[in-house]
Design a protein around this ligand. Structure first.
Ligand SMILES: NC(=O)c1ccc[n+]([C@@H]2O[C@H](COP(=O)([O-])OP(=O)(O)OC[C@H]3O[C@@H](n4cnc5c(N)ncnc54)[C@H](O)[C@@H]3O)[C@@H](O)[C@H]2O)c1
Length: 401
């Protein structure tokens, strides 16, 4: 008898759920028609249904009411680009991400093996300075470009490779601007660095804002500043919809071991000495890479075209402290610290504020250094083969440090 009652009530529950779901279906269909006729916005639909806007886009895309958004990510096989691609694939299942990368020594397509299984991910090998190759993709429609592609190793720019930096960071950026202009691509986010602002002294009460003048001190920073200036000029002259971001130093998984943090971790693990430039008191402002990705995502969706946004986690740390922290985390002695001659043109300190993105777009970094550094060290400890493979492939990279 009890079983009969139970069966009866679960049948009723199922019936109720079916009715609710079909009422919701009808509501969604009605709202999609209003949206198509431009009678309601996605924000209003989000309020009516009580869910996030991106979930509505996802539902509309799955039901064929909306086309998938296509985002071209320049330099997606590099450190920040690959983290950004994972961030976007996880958060926006209704976007198609085209990773456009020429695969320099700094790229590592292995970073994206997991992404390759995702039908929303496409890789195209190409140079951002190659207009013809880019226009083949633009012919099929692009909703936005987020450009991480650049030559990024300061040491290489100092030790004889500056021409490569001008090619990717200036000519490449200009080529993308031409593409955006000619194809009327709605959004272009150019990822730049705080290094364009130059340096401040230790203890000096001054920091970089979006209004700070460009005072680049090394060829890398000068080439980035050249690309950024071109963005400014294209926004002003042709109304090209472009935003430039200036971020501080990133740390996290997938960073090439020519860069300081992965290099120090790898050396400490192998009981090799950690080469610290000069007195080790150079200060950089460190941000966890996923916080940077979150900021770029926010700027892509809510940023105002023509604007510039600084990104930082207010975390200035001297190099020597980073080196000691890594040795502590790995359990190795400070006797591994080795002061080597300073690099020519080495900036003393970067100090940057991200007040604008915080107050205007509501961004806050969600990782602290104390919590994300051990996570980063652990990632490299678990992926030592990943680092060894790069080191084997690029025998010469220590010549440029
Ligand atoms: N790493 C940082 O701490 C940091 C901080 C602030 C800003 N940035 C900026 O963020 C961006 C990404 O930095 P990253 O550290 O990931 O760099 P990265 O060196 O790890 O990766 C750069 C990627 O760009 C690709 N690339 C270079 N030239 C290209 C070209 N002409 N065409 C197509 N692809 C090309 C490379 O193959 C590589 O995959 C850069 O623009 C850099 O200036 C980096």
């Amino acid at each position: 008898m009890q079983n009969t009652f139970q069966n009866e009530s679960s049948r009723e529950e199922m019936e109720l759920k079916k009715n609710i779901s079909s009422a919701l279906d009808k509501k969604i269909e009605l709202l999609s028609k209003l949206y198509k006729d431009h009678k309601i916005s996605l924000d209003e639909i989000a309020v009516i249904l009580g869910i996030e806007k991106r979930e509505i886009e996802n539902i509309f895309t799955n039901r064929g009411f909306m086309k998938k958004k296509r985002i071209l990510v320049g330099g997606g096989a590099g450190f920040i680009g690959s983290n950004f691609i994972y961030h976007m694939l996880e958060k926006y299942p209704h976007y198609e991400i085209i990773n456009y990368d020429v695969l320099t020594y700094a790229a590592n397509i292995d970073n994206l093996r997991a992404a390759e299984k995702n039908p929303n991910y496409v890789f195209v090998k190409g140079d951002i300075a190659d207009y013809e190759a880019l226009s083949k993709i633009a012919d099929t429609g692009i909703d936005a470009i987020v450009n991480f592609a650049a030559e990024t190793a300061v040491g290489r720019s100092v030790h004889g490779k500056a021409a490569d930096f001008i090619h990717s960071n200036v000519v490449g950026t200009h080529t993308l601007l031409e593409l955006v202009r000619n194809y009327k691509i709605p959004k272009f986010i150019q990822i730049s660095t705080d290094e364009v602002y130059g340096t401040v002294d230790l203890g000096e009460d001054r920091y970089f804002t979006e209004e700070s003048p460009f005072e680049p001190n090394v060829p890398y920073a000068a080439a980035k500043a050249g690309g950024d200036m071109m963005c400014r000029a294209y926004a002003n002259t042709y109304n090209v919809p472009v935003i430039v971001t200036h971020c501080s130093n990133n740390y996290g998984p997938y960073q090439h071991p020519e860069k300081m943090i992965p290099r120090f971790i790898h050396k400490a693990m192998k009981n090799q000495s950690l080469p610290v430039h000069g007195d080790g008191l150079h200060v950089r402002d460190w941000i966890y890479v996923r916080d940077h990705c979150e900021a770029v995502d926010l700027i892509l969706h809510k940023g105002v075209m023509g604007e510039v946004y600084n990104i930082s986690a207010d975390n200035e740390v001297p190099t020597i402290e980073i080196a000691k922290m890594i040795l502590d985390l790995i359990g190795k002695p400070y006797s591994l610290l080795n002061h080597v001659p300073d690099r020519p043109g080495n900036d003393r300190r970067y100090s940057i504020r991200a007040n604008k993105i915080k107050s205007e777009l509501g961004w806050v970094p969600s990782h602290t250094f104390i919590e994300a550094m051990p996570k980063t060290v652990e990632w490299y400890q678990h992926n030592i083969d990943w680092v060894d493979k790069i080191k084997e492939r690029d025998q010469d990279f220590s010549n440029f440090i």
